[in-house]
Design a protein around this ligand. Sequence first.
Ligand code: FEO
Length: 170
Amino acid sequence: MALNKNVEEILNKQINAEFWSAYFYLSMATYLNDNGMSGFANWMKVQFEEETSHAMKMIDFINERGGRVILQPIAEVPSEWSDILNIFEDTLKHEEEVTGLINECVNVAIEVKDHATVNFLQWFVDEQVEEEAGVTEIIDQLKMIGCKGNGLYMMDKEFKSRVFVDTTKA
Ligand code: FEO
């Protein structure tokens, strides 16, 4: 079954949103590097790679379904934050927005009874639950240590070892 035009359009919008997310996290990574937090910067760099893989997963799906991928310009991203807590609170807010966008994609697919797309998007629905939970945990940890001193140093050290694992192919 050919890809419905409304589904194709909203998936294209989502590709742009995923690339925007990648760009957003890359901006955070460079900011953190400039501010001496190379572990947190690494965490954000992995986030950038994850978001890029999300966009690629959608591109591959549209192609597989015989649809057309149209890449749109990526809007400007923020480049300044007040502190490390502000960065992760911004991250959580952003991921909550992305969850809303993914739900919109599902709604459109359900509307046109495109079960293959609904099924495909389930991976993203699950991924959003994980993303929000992971970031919430980091915010809680940051609050617990008061965003400073040895606690902050230990978190930064721990995040140096985060590596990108491409889970989109699983
Ligand atoms: Fe692609 Fe962070 O959601």
